[in-house]
Design a protein around this ligand. Structure first.
Ligand SMILES: [Zn+2]
Length: 93
């Protein structure tokens, strides 16, 4: 009885571990993509400049949550206007 309960508990912990591992594996490339920065002004590529509230603009943690996140790579940097066309930003950064 206790052995079975222990097994179920272990399975639940292992299940959660694999679920956590899976979540990390999915989150890693996403975090890597969202951390891409403009090579000139180092503004995050996937964040529209000036879209965050002024008081959150400089906050590293709150700015991403309050600013508009772009799901497609913009043609140019939203801050300094550096053209991304013709170059692969994933390769250049
Ligand atoms: Zn820029």
């Amino acid at each position: 009885m206790f052995g079975a309960m222990g097994c179920i508990l272990l399975a639940a912990i292992l299940g959660k571990f694999w679920l956590a591992l899976l979540a990390v594996m999915f989150a890693m490339p996403a975090a890597w993509l969202f951390n891409l920065q403009c090579r000139k002004c180092s503004w995050p590529v996937y964040r529209a400049f000036g879209s965050a509230k002024q008081k959150y603009q400089r906050d590293q943690l709150l700015a991403p949550l309050n600013s508009k996140i772009l799901w497609n790579l913009p043609a140019a940097c939203t801050k300094c206007g550096t053209d991304f066309s013709g170059t692969d930003p994933v390769e250049s950064f």
